[in-house]
Design a binder for this molecule. Structure first.
Ligand code: GDP
Ligand code: MG
Length: 148
């Protein structure tokens, strides 16, 4: 089974959207195998967004992601990296369809509510960066028989 990493950013947590977002994930049929509310160190923020270190918005992005608690999750399911990105929507909320998280709750690219891994390779990297092995739980959902 594939795993992905989703993280509700400080704007999503601050606006009280954790429950709404978790509900969408559960309703979709995705299994949550790890979850925690946490603050993000500058080091973690810079490593996580390392691919953007040369971009003009990098400083602003690191400041934003460290500005308040985030809700980090590891999700499991068939094709869950792609399905997670579909639930999240496009980077710019203006281009995200209604029904997506960014399309329904976001207004600007700088405060777009949630992060989702963009490939299986980055999901593996991000899960290892954000979660300890013992924080990821192996269990069965009885509903899986109706999802797969
Ligand atoms: P994502 O994979 O859809 O999250 O998008 P990217 O990997 O391209 O960018 C990472 C994050 O950087 C985005 O989710 C935004 O929060 C932020 N970001 C991207 N472009 C901009 C920008 O032009 N301005 C600002 N302030 N933030 C940006
Ligand atoms: Mg990205």
């Amino acid at each position: 089974m594939e795993k992905t990493f989703l993280m509700i950013k400080p704007d999503g947590v601050g606006r009280g959207l954790v429950g709404e977002i978790v509900k969408r994930i559960e309703n979709k049929g995705i299994k949550i195998v790890g979850a925690k509310l946490m603050t993000v160190s500058e080091d973690l923020a810079k490593t996580h967004y390392g691919e953007h270190s040369e971009k003009p918005f990098f400083g602003e992005l690191v400041d934003f992601i460290t500005s308040g608690p985030v809700f980090a999750m590891v999700l499991e399911g068939e094709n869950v990296v792609e399905i997670g990105r579909t639930l999240v929507g496009k980077t710019n909320p203006a281009e995200s369809a209604p029904g997506t998280i960014r399309g329904d709750y976001g207004m600007t690219v700088g405060k777009n509510i949630i992060h989702g891994s963009d490939s299986v390779a980055s999901a593996e990297k991000e899960i290892a960066l954000w979660f300890k092995e013992e924080e990821i739980i192996d269990y069965n959902l009885v509903t899986a028989a109706w999802v797969y």
